[in-house]
Design a protein around this ligand. Structure first.
Ligand SMILES: CSCCC(=O)C(=O)COP(=O)(O)O
Ligand SMILES: [Mg+2]
Length: 240
């Protein structure tokens, strides 16, 4: 299938779209799980850690939850792949340190990086919108197997600065932040509920449907689909 869009910017989901969910779940999740206890015990006074812990307690409805209870909740949310913002904040802290130490290198599907480079060279603005925190996204793009990809990216959005990914209002916020008009924005994601929200905000939305990904079999939404990024052609305004 070949798809063509005239847009100024492409907004990218990460897990299931640019990158394999299996890598996130099998490599990144265990990495964060094994470091949460030390993070909660040794850096409870770090303002970002304290804010995230307060967020965990709020989601639990347990204002007095101690570090053991908080760690247990984080572990359960990891098991469920629940995209809870405080979990993502804490993961972002440990992952970005792991990437900086060279203990982690991110993953991109083979088709993705050449196409991102081409779109960028053609004047298409690239933004990221992921449940992974902005800190995690920055580290992910900086420490790729193909070197530092962060210069390709103009903006990073997560559930904290944009809002939940399945709500149209979040896409309106991103459009306002990028200065883009909805009909000149294209969102790529594996998850039908996110694509529905982007479409409801007036964006173009393409479902990236890769074999082996969790939403591959789900057949809802009626969105245009692509199996790889090569199937999508973008004409930017500056480069018709
Ligand atoms: C570098 S982000 C790590 C992946 C992650 O934790 C996540 O939740 C990604 O979810 P997405 O919204 O990109 O599907
Ligand atoms: Mg995804």
């Amino acid at each position: 299938m070949s798809l063509r869009f005239e847009v100024d910017a492409v907004v990218l989901d990460i897990e299931g779209t640019t990158s394999a969910t299996g890598f996130v779940v099998d490599v990144l999740y265990p990495y964060s799980r094994s470091r949460f206890a030390a993070l909660l015990a040794e850096r409870a006074d770090d303002p970002e850690v304290a804010r995230a812990v307060a967020g965990v307690r709020e989601l639990l409805g347990e204002p007095d939850a101690d570090a053991v209870r908080v760690e247990k909740a984080l572990g359960q949310w990891l098991d469920e792949d629940r995209k809870a913002t405080p979990l993502k904040t804490l993961q972002g802290i440990v992952w970005s340190e792991g990437f900086a130490r060279g203990e982690l290198v991110s993953h991109f599907y083979d088709d993705v990086v050449p196409v991102l480079r081409r779109w960028h060279a053609d004047g298409v603005h690239l933004h990221v919108y992921s449940s992974g925190s902005v800190a995690a996204q920055r580290a992910w793009f900086t420490s790729s197997p193909e070197g530092d990809l962060l210069p390709l990216v103009s903006g990073l959005y997560d559930t904290e600065n944009a809002g939940p990914k399945q709500e149209p209002e979040s896409y309106r916020r991103i459009a306002a932040a990028t200065g883009g008009v909805p009909e000149r924005l294209l969102f790529l994601s594996d998850r039908p509920g996110e694509l529905d929200a982007a479409r409801a905000a007036g964006w173009h939305a393409v479902r990236i449907r890769r074999p082996g990904e969790p939403y591959y079999e789900q057949d809802l939404g009626g969105h245009p689909e692509a199996g790889t990024f090569d199937e999508i052609t973008i004409s930017a305004r500056s480069n018709p």
